[in-house]
Design a protein around this ligand. Sequence first.
Ligand code: XIL
Length: 373
Amino acid sequence: MRRRQLIKSTSMAALALIAQRARFVAANDVGLKDHFKDDFLVGTMLSNEILTEPDAKHQAIVTKDFNAITAENCMKWEGIQPSKGDFTWELADKFIEYGVANQINIVGHVLVWHSQTPDYVFNNWLGKPRSAKSLGEMMQKHIHALAGRYAGKIWAWDVVNEAVTDDGKWRESPWFKILGEDFIRLAFNTAREVDDKALLVYNDYNMHLPKKRDFIAAFTRYFKTSGMPIDAIGMQGHVGLDFPDFKELERSIIAYGKTGLKVHFTELDIDVLPAAWDYIGAEISTEFEYSDKLNPYVDGLPKDIEQKLTDRYREFFTLCLKHRDIIERVSLWGVHDGENWKNGFPVKGRTNYPLLFDRKLEPKPAYYELFKL
Ligand code: XIL
């Protein structure tokens, strides 16, 4: 009796060990991109820092786990054309080479945005707002130069970023003030003229908000029906542990899917820190004053918060799997916690833990959790 029990428990322990090992081996050999290969692409972004100083361990993760890369900053207007007609291609060229050499889908970010865009774009030499004609030409030249240089190599372009306010109106950006809503048509039409293959994406944050959702679903559907080339709606996906309610996010996925466009999650990260003044947006000019209270995990993430992060990642990807017919890509905003912008936004100098790898580039529990789905 005692012997039988012993054998039984030994073999159960052995089986458990084998199963655990199998999971470990599986998680070791198979990247996220393989695990979700029948569902959607899994992407990350490449920072200017990593393009300037490549890191072997970082690159090993990117090539194993991801099949899409987005340019974090190197293709933004202020980086690529800091003064009029003066293009600096070095980092963007490196970014493209990285994608081509490793056969990763390349996402260009971003052609037309109100942020990280130099003043000369909107104002003439007198400091006065440009005419519609002048601004329109400026945009077209920029798109021709940038999208033209990389045409044939880009899988998707974020064509217009953040043109809509949280309460569902056109954002009063210089683009809108000078060109009206036609700036969006001009941007997409020009991108298509220059690159007839890339998927063309409209990208924005807080995409779960009902008024914003309704407005974006309506305008993309209407613009598309009236002939504007657009292929996907990009939901940035800068979320937190407690916001947004994923039910609202799901309503948006469905509403955007109903327009006939695909949905891309373009910049996923999960903020674990207390929200400063309840701010949940991603308008990059926002800044709140630092306080220690807003930065509670300088010495490491407590177990219970780590668990919450893991649960939240599981819930997020479960939702994406449920809507895999609509969702074409889920991209994270970086590989590891140390390189994510949420350490500096909307409060500078915090220690955040929003991604799947820690600062030493080791996978976190959330990473392993995704392989169980
Ligand atoms: C962020 C970058 O990660 C930061 O390095 C930069 O200082 C500001 O912009 N929405 C976008 C991204 O579309 O381009 C932003 O990226 C984050 C919000």
